[in-house]
Design a protein around this ligand. Structure first.
Ligand code: PLP
Length: 414
């Protein structure tokens, strides 16, 4: 895969040197987003008493209310709900979907098939009765153009006055399709609203937070949701998710998480508030470092004439870096070497295995402090052509760079 004659140290340094312009742009985005987050903390007078915890029903939890308001301000929302009680990103998004869709209403997925775990929420596979389709929701999707791009013409044709909600997945997820930049997001939402101003534009914001200077609500979306084990958790939040947007839709989602009548007004925060505040505060710079690591990875593999997506010159819209190895062995070697360069579980060997719901075996690498955290450096890929590794995260740029220093020699002469 890599020729023996290549000097890896030079390759990494030259790749890094050629990225200075892009790194400067990322610093600028980070500065902008850090200011936005700091100002939300000031505006909401975040103080130590908001870190204290209450027990039981969690009534009168001041910290919880201030946390919601701080998130709402950062994401330019009327309201937000930020909770450790969301067990994952999937659960968070499911609350927003079930909370806002009723029997006979139509959900349209704008960017083709949604993220793998969301297929079961929709009812495209798995337990149908428990799914949205099982609850009478009509699901439809706009197929991708050439399997890679959002098809705006087809979206315009599919949208009707009966489309109750549109699901817009910002990130590529584990596919080679392009993530949605805020510029494209605005175009998509404008098309949806021109066909039906009442359609709820709901953005799956996973992996997208703080990658650009604006967020989907600023492009006209009505509701967003994401996981605290990804960008907005800043690598330190132990569990949870957030939903933000129009008050009415956030409330409907909250009632799905808890119960009608309780919505966001109950739920003890179990001593997680300080971590969630602090994670949000760290999120812009953690996301920036993950992006710098992704860019370096793209540049190095491009210099080796291995296909990457996005390329090192694209505008980034999420933190995922895909590397197309074209053969199973280098994909496995890449994951093994990455595992060996992880701070936790470095001695484990990732082995391709069956994962429920996937046709092909999957290989996963990542030794993270928080189980399953993918804002920490991690990679995975299905064992099928074109043998793509999807890499993301990195709590600091130097860790990603060191990992690459150790991964690349393992790819020599494969
Ligand atoms: C991670 C992710 C999800 C699901 O989040 P989990 O925490 O893995 O359940 C949904 N959509 C996208 C785009 C994601 O990246």
């Amino acid at each position: 895969m890599i020729k023996n004659s290549i000097n890896i140290k030079n390759l990494i340094n030259e790749s890094e040197n050629s990225l200075q312009q892009q790194f400067t742009e990322l610093e600028d985005i980070c500065h902008h987003n850090q200011k936005k987050v700091l100002d939300a903390f000031l505006e909401n007078k975040v103080s130590p008493e908001h870190f204290a915890t209450v027990s039981g029903y969690g009534h009168d939890d001041m910290g919880r209310d201030v946390l919601d308001k701080t998130y709402a301000d950062v994401f330019k929302a009327e309201a937000a709900i930020v909770r450790p009680h969301f067990v994952s990103g999937t659960h968070t998004l499911a609350c927003a979907l079930f909370g806002n869709l009723r029997y006979g209403e139509t959900l349209l997925s704008v960017a083709g098939r949604p993220y793998d775990t969301m297929e079961e929420v929709m009812g495209l596979r798995g337990n149908k009765r428990a799914s949205l389709i099982g609850h009478g929701v009509i699901y439809d999707e706009v197929p991708l153009k050439n399997g890679l791009y959002v098809d705006l013409e087809a979206l315009e044709q599919k949208m009707t006055t009966n489309t109750h909600m549109a699901l817009i997945q910002r990130s590529r997820g584990y596919s080679l399709r392009e993530p949605i930049t805020m510029e494209l997001m605005k175009k998509i939402i404008d098309i949806i609203k021109s066909k039906n101003p009442n359609c709820i534009c709901f953005v799956d914001n996973c992996y997208g937070e703080f990658v650009q200077k604006t967020e989907p609500l600023e492009a006209g979306a009505d509701l967003i949701g994401g996981s605290l084990l990804k960008n907005p958790g800043g690598g330190i939040v132990e569990a949870g998710g957030y939903i933000a947007g129009k008050k009415e839709y956030v409330e409907q989602s909250a009632m799905r998480l808890t119960a009608p009548g309780i919505a966001g007004d109950g739920g003890a925060m179990l001593n997680q508030s300080r971590l969630i505040f602090q994670g949000l505060f760290m999120a812009p710079s953690i996301t920036k470092d993950a992006l710098k690591g992704a860019l370096l990875t793209a540049k190095i593999f491009e210099n080796l004439e291995i296909k990457t997506s996005p390329t090192s010159t694209c505008t980034r819209a999420d933190i995922i870096q895909a590397i197309e190895f074209g053969a199973p062995e280098p994909l496995k070697s890449f994951c093994l070497a990455l595992q060996k360069a992880s701070p936790v579980d470095s001695y484990l060997t990732p082995i391709p295995d069956d994962v429920p719901g996937y046709d092909d075996k999957l290989i996963m690498a990542g030794g993270s402090f928080i189980e399953g955290s993918t804002i920490e450096l991690s990679a995975d890929g299905p064992l099928r052509a074109p043998y793509v590794a999807y890499m993301q995260g990195g709590l600091n740029y130097h860790h990603v760079k060191i990992a690459l220093e150790r991964v690349l020699p393992q790819l020599i002469a494969q």
